[in-house]
Write a protein that binds this ligand. Structure first.
Ligand SMILES: [Zn+2]
Length: 451
């Protein structure tokens, strides 16, 4: 039976408007006037709750297979579903085997069977010496590749220098698949760390950690990536931009029409270095959260479209690895957990700043869909797209408690955050999968294979 979901606030590519979304099977067939909902349809009237496109998070570490005690398909995808996120793209490094060749991708597909509550895909990895695995991974359907320009934290996922990048970009030329890069180079980090250690800096202070990952590491990495995007014409995507000092060179690259896109993460837009307590290693991530003035510059770049999208970089570990008792930033595992909170966090922050919530559709759905090659199928409420939808109560006020978090380990720096706006329901391909704290049905998530 045809369904119609309607509200006075449906987010389309043209902004919010009263509308009815007509769904036949798994797809949206029409977006029509609110009052035109077909009489014979199964009508779901959401009143003044917003209907948003299901969000797409292109930067998530699910850690399965191999480190399921860190996270896993089941817990990560349930956390996503509870937050209105209907597609996750997994990073290739924290699983065993790392997703650096086609057999490893196949192992991931086996691990995902019957576990995924939302749709997903897996980025392939570019590491030292895997040039020959790039084409088979592309043919096996990955939407693109991820690399590190600095130690990734995982010894089995080696970082690459310019020579390796050139080999990889040669393979990617003409495929239309993007290369995603962790944009910090090791030189400035090594120099800063040596100087801090020589001065016996206190590693329980956040300022020590921040000083160990200077802006220059990001700026130099991005300079290199821009140069290579220009030379090879391959789309290069800067993941988790933290340093506003890189914005001028990115502005110039855009002006020249180079194929460079940029994401930042919710934590760089929400927190500021000045507010992070000593020893609070749940805030550790790389690149680091910088000062409030830097955060303001990132918001500004996002508003003017220089930063294309916002992801979570949800990157969990077992709580013991955060070494909270010692509180040493140099010893703790890096990675912030937040999957499922991005929409209310961004909604709350945007309201405070007077930014229209319609930009959520661009920053957290349409642009990530473009990066993952899913435009037309996902990322917007429009004819022919998958009926992936988030029903969002704009005015619900709540405080983040452990029971609200559905990922495996609840060591999140967002605990206690006071938020405005809450996901009431999430629909995946035409059926509800989450409603007011309850998961509905079974894990129906499908891999999105790119050809
Ligand atoms: Zn990451």
């Amino acid at each position: 039976m045809t369904k119609a979901l309607r509200s006075t606030l449906v987010l389309t590519r043209d902004g919010f408007r009263p509308a009815a979304v007509v769904v036949d099977g798994e797809r949206i067939t029409q977006v029509i006037e609110w009052s035109d909902a077909p009489a014979d349809a199964d009508l779901h009237d959401f009143g003044d709750l917003a209907i948003l496109p299901g969000l797409i998070d292109t930067h998530v570490h699910m850690n399965e297979p191999g480190r399921t005690e860190w996270e896993g398909f089941a817990t990560a995808t349930r956390a996503a579903a509870a937050g209105g996120v209907t597609t996750l793209i997994d990073m290739p490094l924290n699983c065993v085997p790392e997703t650096i060749d086609a057999p490893a991708l196949e192992a991931k597909r086996q691990a995902a069977k019957g576990q995924a509550w939302v749709d997903w895909a897996a980025w392939g990895g570019v590491v030292r010496g895997n040039t020959d695995a790039i084409e088979p991974l592309a043919k096996a359907g990955v939407p693109g590749f991820k690399c590190f320009l600095i130690h990734s934290g995982i010894d089995g996922f080696t970082w690459v220098g310019e020579a390796d990048l050139r080999l990889a970009l040669e393979q990617l030329r003409g495929t239309d698949l993007p290369l995603l890069a962790h944009a910090e180079v090791t030189g400035p980090v090594d120099v800063a760390t040596r100087a801090l250690n020589a001065a016996s800096a206190d590693w329980r202070k956040y300022s020590t950690y921040l000083a160990s990952r200077p802006d220059a590491a990001e700026v130099q990495a991005i300079e290199l990536l821009i140069r290579l995007a220009d030379e090879f014409g391959v789309p290069i995507h800067i993941v988790h931009l933290s340093s506003a000092q890189a914005l001028p060179i990115l502005t110039e690259a855009r002006r020249r029409g180079l194929p460079v896109s940029v994401e930042t993460c919710v934590h760089y837009l929400w927190f500021a270095a000045e507010e992070i307590p000593g020893g609070a290693t749940e805030f550790k991530c790389a690149p680091p959260i910088r000062e409030a003035a830097n955060r303001e510059a990132l918001w500004n770049a996002l508003e003017r479209g220089l930063i294309d999208m916002v992801t979570t970089d949800h990157s969990p570990c077992p709580p013991a690895m955060k070494r909270r008792e010692e509180g040493r930033w140099d010893l703790a595992w890096g990675g912030i957990v937040s999957l499922g909170l991005a929409l209310p966090l961004m909604g709350t922050a945007m309201r405070r700043r007077g930014i229209g919530l319609e930009r959520i559709g661009e920053w957290m759905a349409a642009e990530p869909a473009r990066l993952a090659g899913l435009t037309g199928q996902k990322g917007a409420i429009e004819d022919g797209a998958d009926a992936d939808l988030a029903i969002f109560d704009l005015d619900a006020e709540w405080t983040v408690m452990p029971a609200d978090l559905h990922f495996r380990h609840k060591t999140s720096p967002y605990l206690g955050a006071k938020l405005r706006g809450r996901v009431r329901q999430t629909w995946l391909r035409g059926e509800p999968i989450y409603r007011d704290g309850q998961f509905i049905g079974e894990a129906r998530g499908k891999e999105q294979v790119r050809w």
